[in-house]
Design a protein around this ligand. Structure first.
Ligand code: SAM
Length: 250
């Protein structure tokens, strides 16, 4: 997968060199390109923002640097055979970023991120590229960050761990919270490792039983309990058929 990020703070994306994403890059599973938006400014002050039409506080990012940057990134990727691109626009007014959307994005060959600053990017930029390629306007939560770079890191990590061969054990995201399938999009329950006793706290007996059926049932019960307590909205959204008889007794 190819990833391009256009930003006025390229250094903010340095974490893409470490841990899971860094290793995926080193193995050639991710081809990451971080670009400084100011390379596409032609005035003495490398201006990327201007006052908003209609007045009001704050500044708005200008069309020209974004348009030139995106045209250049698109030309480079097409030339390199990156496949069909999608533009990922982080914004608090976008659709919520979910595990389902992470799965959808992980199936695309090439993502181009446009993290903004100030009051965001002149709307015409999104409209221009939406006429040419798929555009996802994505929010990582109901709060306002100073810029979209942290959102890029969030989306990239969630997507990268779904790519084939990136996680050591391909099974490890199967039972994650929100994962579709046996756990019916529930939150994952508690997890434990050695030692079996710590500061007087033991672990649930069933996990030592070696009985796969009972362990699976316990995990499902805990997932249901945790989801009911912290995210009842997820339970309400589940199809009734997702629950078995034992679930309904809880
Ligand atoms: N005035 C904008 C509003 O109220 O929607 C907020 C602009 S914010 C200060 C600057 C940039 O940070 C946004 O354009 C976006 O790129 C990014 N950003 C802030 N909060 C975000 C969120 N919850 N999800 C994704 N991106 C976010």
């Amino acid at each position: 997968m190819r990833l391009d990020v256009v930003t006025i703070f390229p250094g903010y994306l340095d974490p893409l060199n470490v841990s899971l994403v860094g290793k995926a890059r080193a193995r050639g599973q991710l081809d990451v390109h971080v670009h400084d938006l100011r390379e596409w400014t032609y005035d003495r002050h490398n201006t990327v923002d201007d006052t908003p039409y209609g007045g009001g506080p704050g500044m708005v990012m200008k069309t020209e640097p974004w348009g030139d940057a995106l045209d250049s990134v698109l030309a480079d990727g097409y030339e390199g055979g990156a496949g069909r691109p999608a533009l990922i626009v982080p914004t608090p007014s976008g659709r919520p970023f979910t595990q389902g959307l992470a799965v959808e994005l992980s199936e695309r060959p090439w993502l181009i991120f446009t993290p903004a600053r100030y009051e965001g990017i002149d709307r015409r930029v999104v409209d221009e590229y939406a006429a040419r390629i798929p555009v996802y306007e994505v929010s990582i939560g109901d709060y306002v960050l100073a810029g979209g770079e942290a959102a890029v890191l969030v989306v990239t990590e969630a997507v990268a761990r779904l790519l084939p061969g990136v996680l050591g054990n391909a099974e490890s995201h199967r039972d994650d919270s929100f994962a579709p399938g046996a756990m019916a999009s529930l939150l994952e329950g508690p997890v434990y490792t050695k030692p079996p006793a710590w500061r007087g706290r033991g672990i649930p007996e069933v996990l030592l039983s070696g009985h796969h059926g009972k362990i699976a049932r316990w995990r499902r019960d805990e997932a249901l309990r945790r989801t009911t307590a912290s995210r009842p909205d997820l339970i309400e959204r589940c199809e009734p058929a997702a629950f078995d008889k034992k679930d309904r007794e809880m």
